[in-house]
Design a protein around this ligand. Structure first.
Ligand code: PMP
Length: 362
């Protein structure tokens, strides 16, 4: 096998090598069926076992919260931006959002197409470089829900704690930090995440929702866009993205092997610390734009003194086998996405490279 890249892609992103190898070993003949998982009916016993296993494994990793259901949908997290208001923003209600950056903005724009929206708090004044203070979040009485983006993948800011929304369902886009640390699912009405960062390959979006919230959907919205359609059919109303669901199940097994969410969190914190320490110890050669108290331990954003120097950094890093360190095109700068599957060794290699680059260019 060729050398694996130091992969810091923002998504689709690195998958655990063990998972890729296991999938490879089972690729052509899955569980003795003489075919791959991609070639069999989604109504057959073998696929259904995998599907149900993935669902129960996910709930088990989250502590088996009572009254919650897992859905495997398609259309990416971006489709959830629209499905959420379509399903929950009913007459006389308002959709309330915390605005923390690019992804929150996309969610808000979709909700505006459906009905009345409200900004419960915003970090715009801070150029979206922090998460608003939880006590400053104002939820209207007629809120259908409060929507947050638990980790802003582009800005590199992340909630350290979640707001208490009382009777108003809390909805979170956890696309870029789901299962990176333990959290209390009971605080949430609905959580969603595209799989392609922390859960598996692209092609499946995972929803974890309170059953009573998704049991019934408005009848005027298209069948495929109703949560109830999928909730009442165990996500098998139509053909599911079967290979992606299989891969999610394998990634979940791997998370269990890492010491579940507690084990994963510890590893993630050590990885992020390495890079933040390098930034903070560089005497200003590297700067971290995100406010320290809101720093993400999934997407570490940093800058150099000039765009030329940043270009040079990318160029030299690529020669050393680093991939994906360029910041998002909308903000520029540099970004290391260090999701669950990015090994400690890659982060150590990056920290060493950053120190070396400072020595040669500082
Ligand atoms: N939300 C967040 C926080 C994201 O990072 C992304 C993808 N980068 C999305 C939503 C959009 O996800 P998708 O491409 O699956 O629609």
């Amino acid at each position: 096998m060729g050398k694996r890249a130091y992969n810091f892609n923002a998504g689709p992103a690195a998958l655990p090598l063990e998972v890729l190898e296991r999938a490879q070993a089972n690729f052509v003949d899955f569980r003795g069926t003489g075919m791959s998982i991609m070639e069999m009916s989604h109504r057959g016993k073998v696929y259904e076992e995998v599907h149900n296993e993935a669902e129960s494994r996910l709930l088990s990793l989250l502590g088996n919260p009572k009254g919650y259901k897992v859905l495997f949908l398609q259309g990416g997290a971006s489709t959830q931006f629209a499905m959420i208001p379509m399903n929950f923003l009913t007459e006389g209600k308002v959709a309330s959002y915390v605005h923390t950056g690019s992804w929150a903005d996309k969610a808000i724009k979709e909700a505006k197409l459906i009905g009345d929206t409200h900004i419960a708090a915003s970090s715009e004044a801070d150029n979206f470089m922090s998460i608003p203070d939880l006590k400053d979040i104002q939820i209207p009485e007629n809120a259908a829900y409060l929507h947050i983006t638990s980790n802003e993948t582009i800005g590199g800011v992340q909630y350290q704690q979640y707001p208490d929304t009382g009777n108003v369902p809390l909805i979170a886009d956890m696309s870029s930090d789901i299962l990176s640390r333990p959290f209390d699912v009971n605080q949430f009405g609905l959580i969603y995440a595209g799989a392609q960062k922390n859960l598996g390959p692209s092609g499946v979006t995972v929803i974890i929702a309170r059953e009573e919230l998704i049991a019934e959907s408005p009848k005027h919205i298209p069948t495929m866009l109703r949560y109830s359609t999928h909730a009442n059919n165990n996500s098998l109303y139509n053909t599911p993205p079967s290979f992606s669901v299989y891969m999610v199940n394998e990634v979940l097994k791997w998370i269990e092997e890492q010491g579940a969410l507690e084990g994963i969190e510890q590893k993630n914190r050590e990885k992020a610390q390495l890079i933040y320490d390098t930034i903070d110890g560089s005497g200003g050669f590297y700067t971290g734009p995100a406010q320290v108290g809101s720093r993400s331990f999934m997407n570490v954003t940093f800058r150099l003194a000039s765009e030329e120097l940043e270009k040079q950094f990318i160029k030299e890093s690529e020669l050393e086998g680093f991939v994906g360190l360029k910041g998002h095109r909308s903000v520029g700068g540099l970004r290391a996405s260090i999701y669950n599957a990015v090994p400690y060794e890659s982060c150590k290699a990056l920290a060493d490279f950053m120190s070396h680059f400072q020595k040669t260019h500082g």
